[in-house]
Each structure stands twice: as structure tokens, then as C-alpha cells.
Design a protein around this ligand. Sequence first.
Ligand code: HEM
Length: 186
Amino acid sequence: MFLKPVTSLDAWGALIYAAKVGHNYLGPLFVLGLLTMLIKWFKNNLFNKVDWEWFKQGGGILPNGKHPQAGFCNGGEKVWYWLLATAGVVVCVTGLIMDFPIFGQLRSDMQLANIIHAVFSLGLIAAAMGHIYIGTAGTEGAFEGMATGYVDETWAKQHHGLWYDEVKDLPENQAENQVGSDRSNA
Ligand code: HEM
């Protein structure tokens, strides 16, 4: 929509064709990636009483200044997990229905799948914008945690205190000023 008026019709056509074909092939890889993450982090994302407190305190952004407790994942991270486990799976299933028209699905089924796919995927993109902000500029130290797999002890205590208590005495975590356990493997 934005590029069409400022590019040649040929360049615009080539670009959207490449985007469409790229999406057709990358979609199934997204399915594998999503399923791997959902399986890997399932046990860390079951809700418990601690999360209820986390929600009551607005995840720490309310003006009363309290920083709610959290384990490996906090309440907000768990909501994002379950959004991906539901809406994300809908996007995958409808994508596969469109990608592989070899299971007897009708054109009308694929049209319906296209509409559901567009609504859920755009909803996920909107939520992802907030998620990306919180995971980078919005929370000091979060980006370094993702990039290196390590967080420092103060950050661990502040943001995931219950997880910190669980892992702080493990032998591999005795290096000075570091919680040396890779959060992605905990
Ligand atoms: C977050 C992930 C995804 C986003 C944001 C996304 C977004 C979209 C959007 C906006 C469309 C166009 C809908 C319309 O016609 O208005 C589309 C079409 C499509 N998507 Fe996805 N999608 C995602 C994941 C997937 C996956 C996982 C698959 C396959 C497994 C897939 C396969 C397709 C196919 C086959 C089409 C139809 C392309 C065509 O028109 O020929 N998508 N997607």
C-alpha cells in the first residue's frame, strides 16, 4: 500500500511476490519453532498463586511502588505464552490449511482459513509490539539476558526472586556477581 505509489509496478510486483512465496516456505518453520518453544517452556508457564499476586499488583507498574514476586516466568510472561499456545496455534493450523491443499479441503475452507489467519495473526503482531518493547527498551537488563543467556544477581533478585532463591546455591552459580544458570535451560 505504501510502496506501490513510489516504486515501479514491476519492482512492487516482484517484492510482494517474493514476500508471499517467502511466507509460504517460512510458515512451516514458524510452526516447528513455536511448537518447540511451547513444549520446552510448558512447565514454567503453569499459573499459580504467586501470579495472582503479580496481577493484583499490575506486574509492578502501579504507583504503589511494589515489585511483585515471580519465579522463572512472571504472570505477564505466562499470559504471552498462553496467547501463543492458543492464537499462535490457530495461526499455524489455518496457515497449514492454506499451504497444503492436499487434504480434501475446499476453496471455501481455505477462504475461511485466510480470514481467521489474518485476524489472529494481526492480533498477535499488535500484542508482540508491546512484548518487544517490554523485552528491550522497557526493562533494563532484559535484552542482555536474552542475548547472552545470563542475568546478573541483582536483576535476578529484583525480577524473578523466587527463581533466584531456587538456583542461587547451585554449584554452577557461584561465579562472582553472576547467576550463572542459563535462563533458557532452567
Ligand atoms: C506470526 C505469524 C504469522 C503472521 C503474522 C502471518 C500473517 C499473514 C497475513 C497477514 C496473511 C494475509 C492474510 C490476507 O489475505 O489478508 C497471511 C497469509 C498466509 N499465511 Fe500467514 N502468518 C503467520 C504465520 C503463518 C504460518 C505459520 C503459516 C503456515 C504454516 C502461514 C501460511 C500462510 C499462507 C499459506 C497464507 C496465504 C498466502 C496467499 O495468499 O497465497 N502463515 N499470513
